[in-house]
Ligand binder design. Structure first.
Ligand code: 4NP
Length: 203
């Protein structure tokens, strides 16, 4: 049977004994039940916050690969209704505060996603406290993150394509100095990774 909510319970109990009792019972029961219900809600909120996956993608400039990975994971998590926090950053600082590369914006737009409002930022040590998963897009960025990770947080760090069956050990190649085909390839790699991550995180 479904538990009555605080207001329903107060209405049921105060109806038993007539009006004079109701005057006393109503405020006392209200405070008690509302407090209990609030306590329950607070506990479930804390539990959801603690267990919620928080994923950070890291590439070099934070304007091509990692924003696309961020967009792909957001879209996949939305599709399956997974509650998740997603962000991206770069190991370099050249593009801090800038929007993604116009070719990355166009690539996401071809798939119905607007990433023009994203802004570049540089990864920092505290990200290893704030995120449950820090995913490097290639080996150079993985090495840079290995130099940054605080002791005890190493298990939060991995190479992105290690999460995709059959692609373990592979980098997401940097499309920055190439043509539009490179962005198409990046998109297919990060969407495969997003699908794999969602099924891994939903377990
Ligand atoms: P990303 O690509 O790491 O995928 O964002 C790059 C963006 C900028 C530069 C290199 C790679 N850059 O040299 O400025």
């Amino acid at each position: 049977m479904q538990r009555p909510c605080a207001c329903q319970a107060v209405a049921i109990l105060t109806n038993v004994n007539g009006a004079p009792h109701r005057l006393v019972a109503f405020p006392i029961l209200s405070i008690f039940l509302i407090r209990n219900e609030f306590h329950g809600l607070l506990l479930s909120w804390i539990e959801a916050e603690v267990t919620r996956p928080r994923v950070l993608f890291v590439c070099l400039g934070n304007i091509c690969r990692s924003p696309l990975a961020e967009a792909a994971l957001r879209a996949e998590a939305d599709r399956v209704g997974l509650d998740i926090e997603v962000d991206s950053a770069g190991t370099g600082d050249w593009h801090v505060g800038e929007p993604p590369d116009s070719r990355a914006i166009a690539q996401a737009r071809r798939h119905g996603i607007d990433i023009s409002g994203y802004r570049g930022r540089q990864v920092r040590k505290a990200d290893f406290d704030d995120f449950t998963h820090v995913l490097a897009l290639d080996h150079d960025n993985l090495a840079a993150l290995e130099d940054l990770v605080p002791p005890g947080r190493e298990n939060r760090l991995s190479l992105l394509l290690d999460h995709v069956e059959g692609c373990e050990g592979q980098p997401v190649a940097d499309p920055y100095f190439g043509d539009a085909d490179g962005f198409e390839r990046t998109w297919s790699q990060v969407t495969a990774a997003a699908r794999a991550l969602v099924s891994e995180l939903a377990r």
